[in-house]
Ligand binder design. Structure first.
Ligand SMILES: *Cc1c(COP(=O)(O)O)cnc(C)c1O
Length: 470
C-alpha cells in the first residue's frame, strides 16, 4: 500500500517537472528580468535582501511543487540580484553577458552534457577544439598551444603553475606524479609585489609557501620593475600579469620572457581580463611579448562578456599540461579525439565551450576588437568626466580600469559608501599607494555614454552627501 502511494507521488513529480509549462514560466520570468534591467537598482535594496529569509526553512521533508519553486525564485530571488548585466555595474572586474551567449547557454543547458571525455560528449569535444584554435589565433600564441576550459582564472592559473612545476621538476629528474612534492628539489617562484590574490592561493594549493616567493618591486602602476628581476634559472617559475587588478597595468612581457627563455625558467601570465588586449590592433602593444611565455590564464566571463563561469588555461606544451592533469582508471576511456579532462583538474564539467564559441562567432575578430576598444574608450571618458568634476584619477588609464579619489581619504570612503547605496551604479574600493580609492572597472558591453553620465552624476551627488556627513 505504502509502495503504491510512493510510486504515484514520484510519477507526479516527474510529470510536473517534464512539463513544458514550467519552462514557459521560467522564460516569462527571465524576460521580465531582462526587460527591467535598465530600471532596476544596481545593488539590491536592504528590503530585497531581507526578504531572502523566506527561503530560510528547515530541510523540507516533503516534495514541493515545481511551479511554486520558480515563483519563489522570481518573486524573492530576482529582486535580490546584483544588476551586473546592465550598463552601470563597475564592480570588481565582472563582465555582463551578450544575449546570444546567454541564449546559447540556455539551449546547451538543456543538453546537459558532461565535458570530461569525448565519449561522454563528442559535440563538446568538438566545440572545445574549435575554441582552442580560435583563442590561440586571437591571442597570437604559439602554434600547438592547448586550452583547458575551467571555472575561472583562479583555476586556470593553478593549472598553469602545476604544469610548470611538474615540467621543471621533471627536468631536474624529479617526477612529481611518482614522488610527490615532499622532498622535491626546491623551486623558486618569482612574481610582482602586486600579483593577484588568486596567484598566492594557487601557489599554496600547489605546495609553495611564502618563503619560496621572491617578490619583485613594482612601479607606480603596479608593473614589475624588470631591472630588479632576480637572476632566473631552470628552477624558477615566473608569474607575470596582463592587467593589474586595480590599475590594469601590464608587465613588460618581452623583457621578462627573454630573461626566462635564456635560462629555462617557466613563465605563466595571469591575463584574466587583460589578455584580451592582444585581440585588438590598438591595444596589442600592451601584450607585446606574451608569446614568449609557457602558459596563460584568461577569463571569458570578464572582458569578453560570456556567461559565468568560463576561464581558460592555455599551455604551450600539451604534454606538460596533460601530465600535470593526468588521471587514469580502468573505466576512463580516452579517445583519439580531444578528451577535455586531460587539460583540467575536474572530470565532470559543465559545457562551457558552446557559449564561448557562440560569443566568439557572434562577435568575430572585428567585433571583439570593437568590444575591447569600446570598454577602454568608456574608461577614458569616465576618467575625463570625473576629472572635470574635481575627482582625482590616480592611474594611467591604459585599459578598462580607473582609480579615483576625492580630496581626502575620509571623503573618498564616504563617497564610495554613498555610491554603493545609491542604486544608480556600483563600484568597489581598494587601497592604492596606501590610500583608499574608488575602483571603476568598465567591463560591460552594455555601458553607454548615457550610463556614464548618469554614473558621474551619482558620483557627484554621493560626494555632496559625504560633505554633509563629514
Ligand atoms: C579576476 C581575476 C583573477 C581571478 O579570476 P576568477 O575568474 O575570478 O577566478 C585573477 N587575476 C586577475 C588579474 C583577475 O582580474
Amino acid at each position: 500500500m505504502n509502495d503504491i502511494k510512493k510510486e504515484t507521488l514520484q510519477d507526479e513529480i516527474h510529470l510536473e517537472t517534464a512539463s513544458k509549462d514550467l519552462f514557459e514560466q521560467a522564460k516569462s520570468y527571465a524576460y521580465a528580468y531582462m526587460d527591467g534591467i535598465y530600471d532596476r537598482v544596481v545593488f539590491p535594496t536592504e528590503c530585497a535582501i531581507e526578504s531572502l529569509t523566506v527561503f530560510d526553512e528547515p530541510l523540507p521533508g516533503n516534495p514541493c511543487n515545481a511551479v511554486e519553486i520558480l515563483r519563489l525564485l522570481h518573486e524573492y530571488g530576482s529582486p535580490a540580484t546584483v544588476a551586473q548585466t546592465g550598463g552601470r555595474y563597475f564592480g570588481f572586474v565582472n563582465g555582463s553577458v551578450y544575449p546570444v551567449a546567454l541564449a546559447a547557454k540556455w539551449l546547451s543547458d538543456v543538453w546537459d552534457q558532461n565535458s570530461g571525455l569525448y565519449v561522454m560528449s563528442p559535440i563538446v569535444s568538438h566545440f572545445e577544439s574549435i575554441c582552442e584554435r580560435w583563442l590561440v589565433e586571437l591571442f597570437g600564441l604559439p602554434v600547438g598551444t592547448v586550452a583547458g576550459f575551467v571555472s575561472g582564472t583562479s583555476t586556470a592559473t593553478m593549472c598553469g603553475i602545476a604544469a610548470g612545476r611538474n615540467k621543471i621538476l621533471k627536468n631536474l629528474n624529479w617526477d612529481v606524479v611518482e614522488k610527490g612534492m615532499f622532498g622535491a628539489p626546491k623551486l623558486r617562484i618569482v612574481l610582482g609585489e602586486q600579483a593577484h590574490a588568486s596567484v598566492f592561493k594557487a601557489l599554496v594549493l600547489l605546495g609553495f609557501g611564502k618563503e619560496q616567493i621572491e617578490m619583485v618591486p613594482v612601479d607606480d602602476q603596479g608593473r614589475m620593475v624588470v631591472e630588479q628581476l632576480p637572476e632566473l634559472d631552470n628552477r624558477t617559475i615566473v608569474i607575470a600579469q596582463a592587467g593589474n587588478v586595480n590599475s590594469a597595468a601590464f608587465d613588460h612581457f618581452d623583457k621578462i620572457c627573454h630573461c626566462a627563455n635564456k635560462t629555462g625558467a617557466w613563465v605563466h601570465i595571469d591575463g584574466a581580463f587583460g589578455l584580451w588586449s592582444a585581440a585588438s590592433g590598438n591595444k596589442r602593444y600592451l601584450t607585446n611579448g606574451i608569446e614568449g611565455a609557457d602558459s596563460w590564464s584568461v577569463d571569458a566571463h570578464k572582458t569578453l562578456n560570456a556567461p559565468y563561469d568560463c576561464g581558460i588555461i592555455l599551455c604551450k606544451s600539451r604534454e606538460a599540461l596533460a601530465t600535470a592533469m593526468q588521471a587514469s582508471g580502468s573505466y576512463i576511456q580516452y579517445s583519439e579525439k580531444r578528451d577535455g579532462m586531460l587539460y583540467t583538474p575536474e572530470m565532470s564539467r559543465r559545457n562551457r565551450a558552446v557559449e564561448l564559441w557562440a560569443t566568439l562567432k557572434f562577435l568575430g575578430q572585428s567585433g571583439i576588437e570593437q568590444l575591447v576598444d569600446g570598454l577602454c574608450d568608456r574608461a577614458l571618458q569616465f576618467a575625463e568626466q570625473l576629472r572635470t568634476k574635481g575627482f582625482h584619477v590616480l592611474n594611467e588609464v591604459v585599459f578598462n580600469q580607473v582609480l579615483v579619489s576625492c580630496d581626502t581619504p575620509e571623503q573618498t570612503r564616504a563617497t564610495l559608501e554613498n555610491i554603493q547605496k545609491s542604486g544608480e551604479c556600483w563600484c568597489g574600493g581598494t587601497i592604492w599607494n596606501g590610500q583608499p580609492v574608488i575602483r571603476i572597472s568598465v567591463c560591460s558591453w552594455r555601458t553607454t555614454v548615457a550610463d556614464l553620465y548618469r554614473s558621474v552624476d551619482a558620483f557627484v551627488k554621493a560626494r555632496e552627501k559625504s560633505r554633509i556627513m563629514v
